[in-house]
Write a protein that binds this ligand. Sequence first.
Ligand code: PBG
Ligand code: ZN
Length: 326
Amino acid sequence: MFRRFRRTRLNGALRDMLQETHVRKEDLIYPLFIKAGENLKEEVASMPGVFQLSLDKLEPELDEIKALGLRSVILFGIPAVKDSVGSDALCEHGIIAEAIRKVKAYAPELLVITDLCFCEYTDHGHCGIIDHVHETVDNDKTLEILADQALVHARAGADMIAPSGMMDGTIEELRSALDANGFENLPIMAYSTKFASAYYGPFRDVAESAPSFGDRRSYQMNPANLREAVAESIEDEMQGADILMVKPALAYLDVVRKIKDATTLPMAVYNVSGEYAMLKTAAKAGIIDYERILMETMLSFKRAGADLIITYHAKEVATLLDGKKL
Ligand code: PBG
Ligand code: ZN
């Protein structure tokens, strides 16, 4: 048998033609933080380039997103008033409902995804209703109001709901509530495998959602567990999720691959705030080639099996894909 001692090195056209993985603008989902109030455009100290915007500042932002060829945004609301049950999230005129209507009215071609959780709306910063005896979130009481919150988003015109609170039974509960109210075709992107991660630190600044006591370890997953991580996502697939997700992304690419091989559903990764802040800080310090590291990072998500990437870098990636410099 003939055995060649080295592989042919490929250059130019053939190298491009045989590239296995690509990052496309269609893969990207850009997070937007909408804050109650007027004339607000406040950069988050720990996340340069990420802003809290009030509704009246949304149009130029949407113009920019469209001009870059991005197709989708995920919305987070920061209400004027927080209380123990997150009432603003349940109100037809709460910040998130108003934001959905505004985006759909101004940019109907953008796919509007909504983060569905209570931690941005509760005064204690936890993802649902508190069980004071056990000092944790009451799973089943939270499910009931999550369904109400999902219907608020759906009626306001959301194109996809993304529950992020990791309550057991969420997908089944939401699917039946949506179906029963005429939203049979509204897809659900489950934050299906979400780890209790220190990488969310800067997000809690921007969303003003740090828990006032305890942490989220009782409902988010142990970063040490791979089998459990797969089981959580497959559970959401069985309950009717349309897209699965792993969050954070970069430290969990093995998890992405393992779930990808175990499901036929599309998958998303959430390239979270801490990952963003690390690249930004290193770039500012002049110690990395930011543009190359950024694209290499995005490619790694796709190679691991992600179909979609939620990322604060989306505008930058779109710019680079256009062949421009940042
Ligand atoms: C809300 C939510 C969080 C993130 C996305 N949705 C915060 C959390 O779970 O604490 C984190 C995103 C990021 O860090 O960029 N539940
Ligand atoms: Zn939450």
